[in-house]
Design a protein around this ligand. Structure first.
Ligand code: ZN
Length: 107
């Protein structure tokens, strides 16, 4: 993004912020002012797009923990859900046990 565009955007955001502040109580006004200051500082350092993308990625990583299930065959309780299979009887098998099961069925 061009520097002029960034400054124009900042100015627009500041104007919008000022209009909003006029409608807020004294306490809310304080919070908005510190938020504007924080964002202006961050955007001046890294640019608005990079900052926002980095924040989104961080939220995605923190917000989606890997879900694990317990294998009913070997008892391993640390099997990632996408590496497990629920068979017809309702038992959950990890990929290792499923492979062993398939191999034994072939014998
Ligand atoms: Zn298993």
């Amino acid at each position: 993004m061009l520097r002029a565009e960034v400054e124009e955007k900042l100015e627009w955001e500041t104007q919008a912020r000022i209009e909003l502040e006029n409608q807020l109580q004294a306490k809310g006004k304080q919070l908005a002012a510190s938020e504007t200051k924080r964002r202006a500082t961050a955007e001046a350092r890294t640019g608005p797009d990079n900052t926002r993308r980095a924040e989104e990625q961080r939220i995605e990583i923190v917000g989606v923990p890997v879900k694990t299930v317990t294998c009913d065959c070997c008892g391993n309780g640390d099997v990632p859900e996408n590496r497990s299979v629920r068979i017809d009887s309702g038992q959950v098998f990890c990929s290792d046990c499923l492979q062993a099961l398939r191999q034994s069925n072939h014998l």
